[in-house]
Write a protein that binds this ligand. Structure first.
Ligand code: ATP
Ligand code: MG
Length: 393
């Protein structure tokens, strides 16, 4: 019976030109979400509202599930659309709507009519009272409560007439694309996909970079990262995934630097390379899945050491979360199952038994000097041989 959805979005703070950008981005993301559903849809923005109209048969749950991936949506209202066949017909349709959508007894309600088409013979006020009376006559168990109704029935008179009363919560946030772009360092773990999700939720478009080290890391480990990027892309739209072959860099660092500093120095090179790619792809920041104290490379001194190599802001949305809190989000967004697949990631092969937890940046810089001879050339080669995949749902 529902053939359209009214999309509610928070407007606070989104005024003037920003509001236009916000709405454009929201419409684009909604189109992306419904494109992967069965059926045909029209997404239209009229008078400060966004409607998704079904132009064919569709699967209600599938559409709602996909709309729930669109950041910026605060609520999804399933709408019944009627042709305007006169007021009497409208009265019958409203009674039928209430019976089917709200069969529960003894609820209070209020009719909220909006006459967007001014040539309709009844005013909004008249519609409220007349339709309220018709519902009461058909449903003596119900009562009107204008201040705090349990059911708020909206009736919008447009070319067609729209009825809706239920709001399914959306994910909130800001539409992806309304807030610039950032580069996610995406590994095969639990954390980084969640980090990308959280920054995208604030309207930021995401590209990603993955460092792999064949043959020490397998093709399956890479496929796992591609799968994670695809799951995140449900929320973000297509992701450009830059795959960088890190093997020679890693071996060279292994050869020239103290093993307990290997992870930190490697992380520093990852950040440098990620920043370079970010700069070339209009990204305004880096994103990592780091969280204070989680592992040796994420103590405050370690974070300081990885942070100092790049000038670009590094966003670490998980910084204050516990592992379990991160796992909860990963489960909710559907990345957890993939993340816990056992394939090795590039750091685990070379990790020292006792990595430094309090790296001394002076020392690290000094040890990086051991790399002077070949490191620039190795970085250049890695960048030149990058593979870029466009990952989407
Ligand atoms: P994750 O669960 O995201 O893999 P982690 O707990 O394993 O994180 P680390 O291995 O210390 O933590 O990595 C910290 C962050 O560095 C990751 O969240 C990710 O953003 C980035 N990172 C680590 N390894 C890679 C990699 N191979 N490619 C791209 N980014 C990486
Ligand atoms: Mg990891």
């Amino acid at each position: 019976m529902f053939t359209a959805f009214l999309i509610k979005y928070a407007e606070i703070g989104v005024k003037g030109k920003n509001r236009y950008i916000f709405e454009e981005a929201l419409v684009k993301q909604i189109k992306y979400a419904v494109k992967r559903c069965q059926g045909e849809f029209r997404v239209a923005r009229t008078q400060g509202r966004i409607y998704v109209d079904a132009l064919s048969e569709f699967d209600f749950d599938e559409v709602v599930d996909n709309l729930k991936t669109v950041f910026g949506i605060s609520g999804i209202c399933p709408v019944v659309c009627l042709e305007d066949e006169g007021f009497e017909e409208l009265g019958r349709a409203v009674v039928k709507y209430m019976e089917e959508t709200h069969p529960e007894k003894n609820h209070s309600f209020k009719v909220h009519a909006r006459r967007a088409r001014k040539n309709y013979p009844l005013s909004s006020m008249e519609l409220n009272t007349e339709l309220g009376g018709i519902i009461l006559a058909a449903r003596p168990d119900m009562r009107v409560d204008v201040h705090n109704p349990e059911i708020l029935l909206s009736v919008e008179i447009r070319e067609k007439i729209y009825l809706y009363s239920r709001t399914i919560p959306g994910p909130g946030g800001m539409p992806v694309g309304s807030g610039g772009k950032a580069m996610l360092l995406l590994s095969g773990g639990i954390d980084s996909p969640v980090a990308g999700y959280m920054i995208a939720k604030r309207g930021v478009k995401i590209d990603a970079v993955y460092f792999h080290a064949p043959p020490y890391t397998s093709e399956r480990a890479k496929q796992k990262v591609v799968d994670l990027a695809r799951q995140v892309s449900r929320f973000t739209g297509p992701i450009y995934l830059h795959v960088i072959n890190f093997t020679d860099l890693q071996l060279y660092i292994y050869e020239k630097c103290p093993h307990e500093e290997l992870t930190i120095i490697m992380r520093r090179y990852m950040m440098r390379i990620a920043e370079h790619i970010a700069g070339e792809t209009e990204c305004l920041g880096l994103i990592t899945g780091e969280s204070i104290g989680q592992v040796a490379s994420q103590t405050l001194p370690s974070l300081a050491a990885t942070n100092e190599v790049c000038a670009m802001p590094v966003y670490r949305p998980l910084i204050g979360l516990d592992k379990q809190e991160i796992v909860d989000i990963a489960e909710r967004i559907g990345t957890y199952e993939t993340s816990i697949l056992p394939y090795e990631d590039c750091c685990t092969i070379f990790v020292a038994k006792h990595p430094v937890t309090k790296p001394n940046t002076e020392r690290i810089r000094r040890h990086e000097k051991n790399l002077e001879e070949r490191i620039d050339e190795l970085v250049d080669t890695a960048l030149r041989n990058e593979e870029v995949l466009v990952v989407h749902r």
